[in-house]
Every structure is written in structure tokens, then in C-alpha cells.
Design a binder for this molecule. Structure first.
Ligand code: UDP
Length: 451
């Protein structure tokens, strides 16, 4: 495509950090393949255009301005966005199409996040080819299909936080691992998710690796007969092309890591949405100090209004322990942290991006899922890939101490670390193998719609 006019793609992420980041990574990769990229995004949580000078940005109205997305209001906000954004996005796209037509150009394809399920009918109405991008694991999407099916067979309620029974048709998961939220109408939710697979004419992109999720990808292909493009891990592929990122000064936490012995630090970060009570944070702090391991801990400002005062409120010995062994930050450059040789373990909520980032660096995980797909990922990490410790999730200092030492000190942790390194090499091979082939397949697919 080098000597021709670039074909135009419009990529549409929802306003969630864990969705925007992989969409921008996909955009970087597709730009390197010769496409011109426009990101259509909500005003709420909008990406910063000056960090991505090679893309065009099209903001559209969402009606959410001051909202904060938490695990408690997640489903309501998803539903509000899928209603509020219909007309504004339509207007924005119509305007963009008209602008391109003046130069005899058109949108070659829109790539939208499956979170925005309303976009399928909008694309059809505007006669635009569309592809869905899924930012969770393929296994997670498969569970939605299976849940919808089980529901029709009368399994209710589907999610049971205690049941260890295996789910029929999906035997690697127990009922307690299902990603179903506490919904008033789970049927609509499940239906909207599986709809984005069954209706899309061109295909579904996954940020995953074929060798990790072979059986779920085959199962999905068999069920829906759509093109599946497992192009992952996107953050690693995008890194190869992303030479425009602004060079920033090294974060303080990296200098802190530089002074720690190899594999001696536990990185603690429970994602960009999950929230905890101060009481739980205090138990975490006490347990971490009692474990006598080094730790780098991300506490987001939304979790505690004033981290310094909370730290001050801890007992003297815990405070001293945090100063001696810990580094507490509001945000960390996570991929860089996980790649650092001082990091020997990750205590994670098991969001899909965090899961992939950890797998790519061979770092074993203490799995503490909160909601949605995190439970599925935790099960994959602990039961299928065997690089994670399933944890009881009771935020109590002695339990915290025990689990940290299991991962960082005991033989059990060493075994997980060995397995994580093997998996890391396997994933890296896929960069020039299956993921590269899937990317070529995606490019061909888009081009074939525009000959
Ligand atoms: N992240 C980061 N620094 C932090 C915490 C999180 O860079 O201090 C990034 C992390 O690398 C990942 C994303 O935020 O790419 C979180 O996405 P994930 O899917 O793991 O979880 P979510 O926040 O969506 O629950």
C-alpha cells in the first residue's frame, strides 16, 4: 500500500483504560501496515491526541462527563453508553464520510470494541464494513455463549461465588469462575455479547495468542463460523512500530527497582477499576510487611483520597516496614515494571491486559479476581497455564503474608516461575508465527472488501 493513498480505518474504543490501550496498540500496528487511522472516542476518558500524532481523532458525545466507572456501576454505565452514544456517533461518522467523499475517499472499515454492541447496526445502516475487536480472552467470550445456552436450559442463577462444580460444556471453569455480573436482566447482557459474534460479517479480532487459547478459539470458530484473528500480545507487536512515543523521564519506581536484587520484588496492582475499603488496604499493608518481601504497590488516587495520610495512620512498625521494603506509587509503567529483572511476582486482579503483560515477561501471579472476565483469567492462569496461585481472597494480614511467601519464597513459587518462563518463550515465538499470520489475514480481509 506504500505508493497508493492509504485506506481509511475508523477505530472505536469505549472510555475504559483497559480497552483504549489495546485499541491504540492495534491502531499503531495497522498504521504500520499502511492504513490511515482515525480514532473515534467519547469525550469522557478521551485519549490524548498529542501522544499519537500519526492518528486523527474524532470525539463524540457520551453524556457521562463526571462519572467514575467502578466495578459496582460497570454494567449500568455500559448500558448507558450503548444508548447515549448512538446518535452522536452516527452524526460524527456521517460527517466524516462526507468529508472523505469530497476527496473521493471512503472509510474502508470500522473496527469497534465489542463493548459498544450498538455499533453493529449503525455500521449496517451506514453501509460500512465492520470488524469487532474483543479486548478479553477468547475463553471469556466463549463463556458468554455457554452461559446464554445454559440459561435457556434453566440454570439460574448462573454465577455462584462459592460453587466448585464444573460448568457443563466448558469444563475448565467452575460456576464460581463465570464472568456473569449481578444483573437484573442477564439474558439481555449475554445476548448482546454473543450477538457481536454471530452477526459480524468480516470477523473478530482478539488480543490473544493462538497457542494459549487454541481450544477456545476453535470452539468459537466452530460455533459462529466467523473469521477469528488472534493477534496478540498487541502491546509487544505495537512496541516494534511505536517509535513516536514521547520519551519520558524514568519513573521513580524504576530507579527504586534498579536497586533491588533479582526477582526479589512483588509488584502489586489491582487494575484501573477495582476499588477497596481503607480497612482492606491496611490488612494488605500489614500482610506485605509481615511477609518480609520487597514490594512495589500501586494505590490509585480513587482508592484512597489521601494516600499519605492513610500511610501516616498505620501503626509505627507497619509504617517502618513500608518505608524499608516498599515503594508506593499512584501509577506505574506496568509493562516496564514487569520486564524489570528485580520483579519476581505480581499480585494482580487478573485483568486481561495485566494477564498478557505478565505472561509476556514470565512473571508468576497471585490471582485476586474481582469481577467479570477477571475470574476466567484467574482460572486460566492457575488451572490451565499453571503460572498463578489461586488465592482465597480474604483480605486479612495473615492470609496476605502466607500467599506472598508462597509465591516469593517457597518452592511452589519457584515451580510457577519456571513454568512462566517457558510460557514467555512460547508466546514470543508466536510474534513471528501465528500472530503474524493472523495479522496478515486481517489486512487481506480488509483489503478484499475494498478492491
Ligand atoms: N496499568 C498501568 N499502570 C498501573 C496500573 C495499570 O500501566 O499502575 C495498565 C496495565 O499495564 C494494563 C491496564 O492498565 O495495560 C489495565 O488493564 P487490565 O485489563 O489489566 O485491567 P482493568 O484496569 O481494565 O481492570
Amino acid at each position: 500500500m506504500e505508493n497508493q493513498t492509504r485506506l481509511h480505518l475508523v477505530l472505536i474504543p469505549p472510555p475504559l483504560k483497559g480497552h483504549i490501550t489495546p485499541m491504540l496498540q492495534l491502531a499503531t500496528i495497522l498504521h504500520s501496515k499502511g492504513f490511515s487511522i482515525t480514532i473515534a472516542h467519547t469525550h469522557f476518558n478521551s485519549p490524548n491526541p498529542s501522544n499519537h500524532p500519526i492518528f486523527n481523532f474524532l470525539p463524540f458525545f457520551d453524556g457521562l462527563s463526571k462519572t467514575q466507572i467502578t466495578s459496582k456501576n460497570f454494567v449500568d454505565i455500559a448500558s448507558t453508553l450503548n444508548t447515549n452514544c448512538v446518535s452522536p456517533l452516527k452524526e460524527t461518522l456521517v460527517h466524516h464520510i462526507a468529508k472523505l467523499e469530497k476527496h473521493d475517499e471512503k472509510i474502508a472499515c470500522i473496527i469497534y470494541d465489542g463493548f459498544f454492541h450498538f455499533i453493529d447496526s449503525l455500521a449496517k445502516e451506514l453501509k460500512l464494513p465492520s470488524i469487532v475487536f474483543r479486548t478479553t480472552s477468547a475463553t471469556n467470550i466463549l463463556t458468554y455463549h455457554v452461559c446464554a445456552h445454559l440459561q435457556t436450559k434453566g440454570y439460574l442463577p448462573l454465577q455462584d461465588s462459592k460453587s466448585l462444580d464444573l460448568v457443563p460444556e466448558l469444563e475448565l471453569l467452575r460456576f464460581k469462575d463465570l464472568p456473569i455480573f449481578n444483573l437484573t436482566n442477564p439474558h439481555d447482557f449475554l445476548h448482546s455479547i454473543s450477538k457481536t459474534l454471530s452477526i459480524t460479517p468480516l470477523g473478530v479480532i482478539f488480543n490473544t495468542v493462538e497457542s494459549l487459547e487454541d481450544s477456545s478459539l476453535n470452539h468459537l470458530h466452530h460455533l459462529y463460523n466467523v473469521n477469528l484473528f488472534p493477534i496478540g500480545p498487541l502491546h509487544m507487536i505495537a512496541n516494534e512500530f511505536d517509535n513516536i512515543s514521547i520519551v519520558r523521564e524514568k519513573d521513580n519506581c524504576i530507579s527504586w527497582l534498579n536497586n533491588k536484587p533479582r526477582k526479589s520484588v512483588l509488584y502489586v496492582s489491582l487494575g484501573s477499576i477495582a476499588s477497596w475499603e481503607e480497612k482492606e488496604l491496611t490488612e494488605m499493608a500489614c500482610g506485605l510487611v509481615k511477609s518480609r518481601q520487597n514490594f512495589l504497590w500501586v494505590i490509585r488516587p480513587e482508592t484512597v483520597t489521601d494516600v499519605s495520610s492513610w500511610l501516616e495512620s498505620l501503626s509505627e512498625d507497619v509504617k517502618l516496614g513500608v518505608v524499608e521494603r516498599g515503594c508506593v506509587v499512584k501509577w506505574a509503567p506496568q509493562s516496564e515494571v514487569l520486564a524489570h529483572e528485580a520483579v519476581g511476582g505480581f499480585w494482580s486482579h487478573c485483568g486481561w491486559n495485566s494477564t498478557l503483560e505478565s505472561l509476556c515477561e514470565g512473571v508468576p501471579i497471585i490471582c485476586q479476581p474481582y469481577f467479570g472476565d477477571q475470574r476466567v483469567n484467574a482460572r486460566l492462569l492457575s488451572h490451565v497455564w499453571k503460572v498463578g496461585l489461586e488465592w482465597c481472597n480474604v483480605m486479612e494480614r495473615n492470609e496476605v503474608e502466607k500467599v506472598v511467601r508462597r509465591l516469593m519464597v517457597n518452592q511452589e513459587g519457584e515451580e510457577l516461575r519456571k513454568r512462566a518462563i517457558e510460557l514467555k518463550h512460547e508466546i514470543r515465538l508466536s510474534l513471528s508465527g501465528s500472530s503474524c499470520d493472523a495479522l496478515d489475514g486481517l489486512v487481506k480481509c480488509i483489503l478484499s472488501m475494498n478492491v
